[in-house]
Design a protein around this ligand. Structure first.
Ligand code: GLN
Length: 514
């Protein structure tokens, strides 16, 4: 199939996934490849355009990530962003060096509206900069089409060869007209038609899975979260009862969640798959007894999960494929997505069962962002309730209970979280907030209830807004709603006498607590 495609070449920048997102938002399919990818492979993909990302290195230093001159001579439009812009000029004979003044943050750029990139952009436009190096002299044949007070070559281009270099980051939302600029590159320079939509993605994926699987057997570990559910439904649609889903209830799910999962995927649900629910609550609780350290809890839960899963898999026998609900941010955060730095080990990636007898892994959502996964889910007719379910970590409530996990604490956090979610929904805020949940702190403090002294736990409420879960800020929930939630929690949930609201963003905090 010859779908129009833009290739993003990864030089280790932090915003590469955003670049891909913006392209897809403009209805053009986009994939990210490492800068080490062989140029012949890139040619063979027949891209409509190539975008070079930012990156932490200095392109003029020895050993810095680079690309061949040939990349710019294929007749395919190339857009370099930040490091990519510097590298393009460096490789083509311009001069890049340390800038006398580094620029960071929102900076006004004056652009030349005669450039194809800027036809509908304001002449003075706020852009987001983050660089120490700069293009001191653009490469021969390039003209300057944008500058700032401190950066003489903020944009340079060679229209004839369709090469464009932008020093700032049009992919981040702080660049006010960044999406327009990227669109202009995609449509005015690359001449894309914009035919990629979620429905075609779903349709093509289902077709591709069907071809790949043939009459093979497929096994999927279902967590009930959005990602694994969407992946499972995609597989169910592609191969029906060749798919077996194993759902391990580890006792660290949200209130009623196990039953909700069973409703959708179980024998009374709409899909024709084999569903196995394992009630392993006790196993997990006993393994977690006395363990306080977050990474150890994650490890124990992950390992036990795999063990339970393996036991089931053994009963099923050899399968051909194993499905994982890995999505793009998992890949990036684990440092497997390309060139960016490892942030934390992720439960979805690398935590593969050793002893499951399978030949190949299928990760149908590997290139999608969370909101794209949701779109795909809706496209396939998955109930909204499930598609807009709060993101939930693999280790579940185990990492939303700070310190030792006990069945009593699980119940406390389940009940508090349930009330919180109920009130947020009642207030009509549930779709407006990126993610919200209750966590149980390990702090006990003195309170007074019914004239009696109490010494009980504090619940922390968390709510963040985020578009892509890479960065987030604390949501501003009306005081009224928070007040209602906290009074209900202390009244209805035993052993809680205090409710706190978490005001930190990501970074410096993470969205989850542990
Ligand atoms: N490392 C390069 C610089 O400091 C590029 C930075 C970037 O791509 N954000 O200028």
């Amino acid at each position: 199939m010859n779908q129009e495609k833009i290739i993003v070449i990864d030089f280790g920048g932090q915003y590469n996934q955003l670049v891909a997102r913006r392209v897809r938002e403009a209805n053009v399919y986009c994939e990210i490849y490492s800068y080490r990818t062989d140029i012949e492979k890139i040619k063979a993909m027949n891209p409509k355009g190539i975008i070079l990302t930012g990156g932490p290195n200095s392109c003029y230093e020895e050993g810095a990530p680079t690309c061949s001159r040939e990349l710019f001579e294929m007749g395919v439009p190339v857009l370099g962003l930040c490091y990519g812009a510097q590298l393009m000029n460096h490789v083509l004979g311009g001069h890049v060096c340390k800038a006398p003044v580094r620029e960071y943050g929102k900076i006004e750029v004056t652009v030349d509206k005669s450039s194809k990139l800027f036809g509908d952009v304001s002449e003075k436009t706020i852009c987001w900069m983050s660089h120490n190096d700069y293009i001191e002299k653009q490469a021969p044949g390039f003209r300057i089409t944008g500058y700032t007070a401190d950066c003489p070559v903020a944009v340079a281009e060679c229209e004839e060869k369709k090469l464009y270099a932008i020093q700032y980051h049009p992919e981040v939302l702080h660049t006010q007209e960044g999406s327009k600029m990227l669109r202009n590159f995609i449509y005015e320079v690359c001449g894309c038609e914009g035919t990629w939509k979620m429905d075609t993605f779903v349709e093509n994926s289902i077709k591709a899975i069907r071809e790949k699987v043939g009459d093979g057997k497929v096994l999927c570990a279902l967590s009930g979260g959005v990602d694994s559910s969407v992946a499972a439904v995609m597989l169910a649609k592609a191969v029906g009862d060749q798919l077996t889903c194993v759902f391990v209830d580890h006792g660290l799910l949200r209130k009623n969640e196990g039953d909700e999962v069973e409703e959708v995927f179980g024998p009374n649900g709409p899909y024709n798959l084999n569903f196995i629910r394992v009630n392993a609550q006790e196993r997990f609780y006993s393994k977690l007894k006395g363990v306080e350290e977050p990474e150890r809890k994650r490890k124990i839960i992950g390992e036990e999960f795999i063990r339970v899963f393996e036991e089931e898999a053994k009963k099923i026998g050899a399968v051909d494929f194993l499905v994982q609900g890995t999505i793009y941010p998992d890949v990036v955060e684990s440092g497997l997505g390309g060139e960016s730095v490892v942030i934390k080990s992720h439960h979805n990636v690398g935590g593969l069962p050793d002893y499951v007898d399978f030949k190949e892994i299928i990760e149908p959502l590997r290139d999608l962002f969370k909101d794209e996964v949701r779109k795909a889910g809706l496209e396939m007719g998955i109930p909204e309730k499930l598609v807009f379910r709060q993101p939930f970590p693999g280790p579940g409530l185990g990492i939303r209970i700070i310190g030792e996990v006990t069945p009593e604490k699980v119940q406390i956090v389940q009940d508090a979280d349930y009330i919180y979610r109920e009130e947020i929904a009642k207030a009509g805020l549930d779709r407006g907030i990126g993610q919200y949940f209750a966590a149980l702190t390990n702090m006990r403090s003195v309170g007074v209830m019914g004239d009696e002294r109490t010494y009980d736990y504090a619940i922390a409420l968390r709510a963040v807004n985020t578009i892509d879960f890479m960065t987030a800020e604390a949501a501003e929930i009306p005081w009224e709603v928070l007040g209602k939630v906290s009074s209900r929690i202390v009244n209805e949930v035993k052993h809680v006498n205090r409710v706190l609201y978490d005001c930190t963003g990501k970074p410096p905090a993470t969205i989850e607590f542990e």
